[in-house]
Design a protein around this ligand. Sequence first.
Ligand SMILES: [Zn+2]
Length: 229
Amino acid sequence: MLNLLAPNPCSLCVWSDAVMHQLCQPCTKLLKEQAKQIFQAQDFADALPLDLVTGQPLPVFAASFYTPEMAKVLLKFKDHQRIKIAGFLRPIVYRTLHYASDTLGYSYYRVVPIPASGASMRKRGYNPVLTMLPRQLPPALNLDTGLLKTRWHLLTRAAHHGTGVQIRREQSRKKFRVSTRHTEPAEPVILIDDVLTTGATLAASARTLQAQGFDVVAAVVFSAVMPRG
Ligand SMILES: [Zn+2]
């Protein structure tokens, strides 16, 4: 029924015609407005790793808050094959990476995306985090998609043994591994993910990389969930 009204429905409001990137004009404007202010979100996420020297959490640069509108659009992008939304996301990701690298002040970086599990790749057919990356990264940033890998089989097996704190800690510690073709940790690492909630995924990734000698200096996310209250 809705499709009769809008043959190419907007991913957010559903009843208007999408003009570009599977979004209509007013929704594009609204979403751009919500993503115009980059901010640091590390104080909202309890599970982020703390710096051993300063005690400060890993800096996380967020392009937007996880508003109901952002949540809906990211869900459509991730789970409903609305893959052209990437055209809207990419310039924002570019800007946020650029801002993060400028703020941190190193001369070069390795950008490491949080890998998708094999199961979610099979379900979706694409990796949302890789798909939202700009085709060309800002200067001084080198993309490394092969460094961090998922260890999905360990996770699924652990899930059968309960969900206690110990088990969950074990799970998150074993969730990722570093590809063996990488032996030389060189430039500082910026992790990139779509949504920041507790920071547990970023923490597991950072710990895995740090154990192999990599210097994880920050993370960039598209949206950060606001704490309640
Ligand atoms: Zn719309």
